[in-house]
Ligand binder design. Structure first.
Ligand SMILES: *[C@@H]1O[C@H](CO)[C@@H](O)[C@H](O)[C@H]1NC(C)=O
Ligand SMILES: *[C@@H]1O[C@H](CO)[C@@H](O)[C@H](O)[C@H]1NC(C)=O
Length: 252
C-alpha cells in the first residue's frame, strides 16, 4: 500500500513543523491579545442569545396569528351574513367574536364579501387570502378593483413592488386586517392582497419599520406576509380565483 506509506511518511515529517508553527502563533496571540478568545466567545454567545430570542418571538407571533385566524374563521362560520344594497356582504360576527378581535365595520363587510363572493365559502382559500396571498380574480375586467374602492372613502394611491396596469390603491382596515392593496394585471384581471403592516412612515413609523422587515422576510423566504400569517402565494405563484358574477352567486 504505497499511498498509505507515503502519507504516513509525509505526516511524520510535516506535523512537527505545523505544531511548532501553531505553538508559535498561539504564543504571539497570548502576548498581544490576551482576551481575544474570551471576547470572541462572548460575541458568539451574545449572537446566539439574540438569535434565539428573535426566533422564539417570531414563533410566538406565528402562533398568535394562527389562533387569531382560526378565531376569525369560526366567527365567520357562525356570523349572520347580510347582503347590502352596494353589493357587499356584511358578516355580523359581533355576538360570536372575542372582544379583543372584534373587527371594524369595514372589515366585517370585506370578510363577508371575501367569504361568500370570492372564496365561495371555502375556508382554505379564505385562510390563504387572510395570510396575505396575492390573489387574482380571473377575467373580472377590473370589477373587484373598482368594487373594493367603494369600501371606504379612506383610500390612497400606492406604489408597491407588484405589477399593475393602473394606479394601485391601498385601503386601510382595522387592527385585524391592516391594509388591502389593489391593482389590475396585464390581462385586465383585478388583483388584491392584504399587507401585514402598512407603509406609511410619517403617521405610522413603527408599522412601516415592520413593513421593511416583512419585505426582507418576503425576499429571503419567498413568502407573502399578511395580517394573519404568511402565504406561499406571491405574485409569482398567485392564488387564482375564477370570477363569478353576483347573479350566479345568488342562485347558488
Ligand atoms: C378592462 O376592463 C374595463 C372595465 O370593464 C374595460 O373598460 C376595459 O376596456 C378593459 N380593458 C381591456 C384591455 O380589456
Ligand atoms: C361603486 O359605487 C358607485 C356609487 O355608489 C356605484 O355607482 C358603482 O357601481 C360601484 N362600483 C362597483 C364596482 O360596485
Amino acid at each position: 500500500m504505497p499511498p498509505h506509506e507515503q502519507s504516513r511518511c509525509y505526516s511524520d515529517i510535516v506535523v512537527p513543523e505545523d505544531v511548532v508553527k501553531v505553538k508559535k502563533s498561539q504564543g504571539k496571540l497570548k502576548r498581544h491579545h490576551p482576551h481575544s478568545h474570551l471576547r470572541m466567545l462572548f460575541l458568539l454567545l451574545m449572537s446566539l442569545v439574540i438569535t434565539s430570542v428573535i426566533t422564539i418571538c417570531c414563533m410566538m407571533e406565528r402562533l398568535r396569528l394562527e389562533s387569531s385566524l382560526h378565531s376569525v374563521l369560526n366567527g365567520l362560520l357562525n356570523a349572520d351574513l347580510i347582503h347590502s344594497h352596494d353589493g357587499f356582504i356584511f358578516a355580523d360576527m359581533d355576538r360570536h367574536h372575542k372582544k379583543s378581535l372584534r373587527p371594524l365595520d369595514i372589515e366585517c363587510k370585506l370578510l363577508g364579501t371575501l367569504y361568500m363572493h370570492l372564496a365561495a365559502r371555502q375556508s382554505h382559500d379564505l385562510m390563504e387570502i387572510l395570510r396575505g396571498a396575492h390573489v387574482i380574480v380571473q377575467n373580472d375586467n377590473g370589477f373587484y378593483y373598482s368594487h373594493f374602492q367603494n369600501l371606504s372613502s379612506n383610500i390612497h394611491f400606492r406604489f408597491s413592488s407588484h405589477y399593475s396596469i393602473v394606479q394601485q390603491y391601498a385601503i386601510p382596515q382595522g387592527p385585524l386586517l391592516d391594509t388591502i392593496l389593489l391593482g389590475i394585471t396585464h390581462d385586465n384581471s383585478s388583483w388584491f392582497q392584504f399587507e401585514g403592516a402598512a407603509w406609511d412612515p410619517f403617521t405610522r413609523p413603527m408599522d412601516s419599520l415592520i413593513h421593511v422587515l416583512n419585505y426582507f422576510e418576503y425576499t429571503f423566504r419567498r413568502v407573502q406576509i399578511g395580517p394573519l400569517g404568511t402565504s406561499i402565494h406571491t405574485d409569482q405563484s398567485p392564488l387564482v380565483i375564477p370570477f363569478r358574477s353576483f347573479n350566479n352567486i345568488k342562485q347558488d
